[in-house]
Design a protein around this ligand. Structure first.
Ligand code: PRX
Length: 662
């Protein structure tokens, strides 16, 4: 969040109701209808969820709707289901059988359409192949792919077998992939030769090889050929690696084929996937989602928030490697029988008009993207969207960080032509699905406000003593009651699940975000108030960056902080003290930046690396991050109390220090 935009958000009081035309066709078409549904979801949750999950395939219904002893919770207890059946098989007996499930647009401009029938067929083939490789219920499978339909196919095939999938974003380095595979003990890795990104090839298989070298649990690596030998040569290790097409064309065993065609139903609480995300320590958290509650949340929110219609072409621009790609490219839309567009590459390739050309080319009706992308589009200029026909759009969405009113207004006017409602959606990897928004046909939007709670979400802004804040008073965003799609724990670390989320304020889930609620009941989420940054919509833990930096032999100490940034929301600034004998110069900066690329991934590269003789510390040796944040943001004198600072001279030196961008 930029300082300017925080100020403009505080002044913002415009309200944008949906047009009569939109309301006429909306699923929920009045504020009163939303309120009734919301109240019912809280007062009669069992009834509400029974009705709203009717389209999902439960082979056995639940005996108890919910039970919890926090921080452990269970939903739909006793139900049996297979998540892939709700996303695929259920459509095959309807007109959706031949409807497009995924329309793929490759970065080079190639396109491919998979109907529900074809998607089901591909998932069945991969399920059978995985089964013949020995993958079974309870095993873990890692997926390290770009934005290709096979990424969704992989997730669904794992779900079909009851193997827990873990998608690792293709921007992560080999080291980051290795650590995740090892934490999970994954048996199989699904990857591809390379992925297109801004005209270049990201050599995924090469990085996967480096990761698997040090990941002894991996028995098989299946490689999709997306790029080809000439640009993405792959060293295939005999006995371990196999091409995707070979794995699928080997005739499956009868048992595997039978299991793939008629999959087993699993317990509601069977682990569906683990997705790693950043927290306030150096070690990423493996957020675990289970089957029924997660699927129900993704399904119901997709249906109502995006108001999905049979005729829609829905495009979520997130990467499948993040939770948005799980809930709103794969499980949510497919369980609703929607047609999803999947775009492989960068928004500005071959030029900054690419998104708008894709919308025109395919006739996209619902667009779900991130504020950081919107701000980049603004910078690139209106001429690009103006050249394209965007009249097919009827609804716009935003996710990942607060959307500043300037970006909101531009999105509404230039992309939505003033006619499309905007749904800002607040949620987290841990929440599984959208928690706050404005249902598009029912509620007006306010630029910069996220909106109102969704079904079953008992959410509040509270003070440190857990008492509710007054209207417009800033505080901590907490969720008072468990909800079906919430994470169940952190992989292999129940204790961290408890301490990270449930102990700050006893009995409630602490989101890590700061917010306020205005007199209309609208939530305005300000951003993280813990040691987590949101850089261009990517969640990055400061401790993760620091521990990567101090693992470099030149570094004695490091501190990472955020600085407001016009484009990225927050920029990453690191302060580094070097061990004696090392020179604080450009070459060292480059070496440290490359080290971060290697340890985490290029997306986590600091925007600025600043050297310091010492970091400001309290007398007890704690780094005073608040002061570093101020310095990173350009403050010339300390704003707050510095009485606990050990050596005031450190601050003066830091301010005077070299501030070359990394
Ligand atoms: O700080 C909030 C911000 O993103 C965090 C969650 O990040 P992640 O788990 O990576 O999931 C991102 C996609 C759901 C939140 O704690 N955030 C997400 N959406 C919004 C947001 N902040 C403000 N407004 C939003 N709409």
């Amino acid at each position: 969040m930029t300082t300017d935009s925080i100020e403009s958000r505080l002044k913002e009081d415009r309200k944008f109701p949906p047009s009569d035309e939109f309301v006429k066709h909306a699923r929920v078409s009045s504020h009163a209808a939303y309120t009734t549904m919301y109240q019912r979801s809280l007062e009669s949750p069992e009834e509400f969820w029974r009705e709203e999950t009717q389209e999902l395939v439960f082979r056995e219904t639940w005996k108890t709707f919910a039970t919890w002893e926090l921080p452990k919770a269970q939903f739909f207890v006793g139900a049996k289901l297979n998540a892939s059946e709700s996303c695929l098989d259920r459509h095959l007996h309807t007109a959706r059988r031949t409807k497009a499930a995924i329309i793929f647009e490759g970065e080079p401009g190639d396109t491919r359409t998979l109907t529900y029938f074809e998607l089901h067929r591909e998932v069945v083939r991969l399920t059978a192949a995985l089964s013949d490789m020995g993958v079974k219920k309870g095993d873990r499978v890692a997926i390290y792919m770009g934005m290709v339909p096979e990424a969704a196919i992989s997730m669904l095939a794992c779900a079909r077998l009851g193997a827990t999938h873990s998608v690792v974003f293709g921007g992560f380095s080999a080291e980051a992939l290795r650590d995740r595979i090892n934490d999970l003990g994954a048996k199989v890795l699904l990857t591809q030769d390379g992925a297109w990104r801004r005209g270049s090839v990201v050599p995924l298989k090469k990085m996967a090889d480096a990761a698997v070298e040090q990941a002894p649990t991996i028995e098989k690596v299946v490689v999709l050929r997306r790029i080809g030998e000439h640009l993405a040569p792959c060293a295939m290790k005999s006995g371990r690696d196999m091409w995707w097409e070979d794995a699928l064309s080997n005739p499956p065993s009868d048992a595997a084929l039978k299991l793939a065609k008629h999959p087993e139903a699993f317990d509601a609480e069977h682990p569906l996937f683990v997705l790693y995300t950043s927290g306030s320590t150096g070690k990423p958290k493996g957020v675990l989602h289970t089957t029924a509650g997660y699927l129900a949340g993704a399904h119901v929110t997709t249906k109502y928030v995006f108001d999905v219609k049979e005729s829609d072409l829905y495009w979520c621009t997130a990467d499948v490697g993040w939770v948005t790609g799980h809930s709103y490219i794969t499980y949510g839309p497919l369980s609703c029988g929607a047609t999803c567009l999947m775009y492989e590459g960068a928004p500005n390739f071959p030029d900054p008009g690419r998104f708008w050309n894709v919308i025109e080319k395919h006739g996209v009706t619902v667009l779900y993207t991130a504020p950081t992308a919107i701000r980049a589009f603004i910078r690139w200029g209106d001429e690009f969207p103006q050249k394209a026909d965007l009249s097919s759009l009827r609804l716009l969405g935003s996710v990942g960080e607060p959307i500043n009113p300037e970006a909101w207004t531009w999105y509404h006017k230039v992309i939505g032509g003033g006619r499309c409602p905007i749904v800002d959606t607040w949620w987290q990897t841990e929440t599984g699905c959208i928690m706050l928004t404005t249902l598009p046909g029912a509620c007006y939007s306010k630029p910069g406000a996220t909106g109102l709670p969704l079904f079953g979400v008992d959410i509040e802004v509270v003070k440190d003593d857990n008492q509710p804040c007054a209207a417009n008073e800033g505080g901590k965003l907490v969720i008072r009651k468990p909800w079906p799609s919430m994470a169940r724990t952190l992989w292999g670390d129940d204790e961290r699940w408890k301490t990270a989320y449930w102990t700050q304020m006893p009995g409630v889930y602490f989101t890590g975000d700061g917010a306020r609620r205005d007199p209309d009941g609208y939530f305005w989420v300000v951003g993280r108030i813990d040691d987590v940054l949101n850089v261009a919509g990517h969640r990055i833990g400061t401790a993760e960056i620091e521990s990567a930096l101090v693992s470099h032999p030149m570094v004695a100490e490091a501190a990472a902080v955020g600085r407001p940034d016009e484009l990225k929301g927050q920029a990453l600034v690191v302060f580094v003290t070097l061990k004696s004998g090392h020179v604080a110069d450009k070459t060292t900066k480059n070496k440290l930046a490359e080290h971060i690329d290697r340890e985490i991934g290029k997306f986590a590269r600091p925007d600025s690396i600043r050297f310091a003789d010492a970091l400001p510390k309290t007398r007890s040796g704690k780094i005073m991050r608040r002061l570093l944040k101020e310095i990173a943001s350009g403050a010339t004198s300390p704003q707050g109390d510095t009485s606990t600072l050990e050596d005031l001279g450190v601050l003066a030196k830091l301010r005077a220090g070299d501030s070359d961008e990394a």
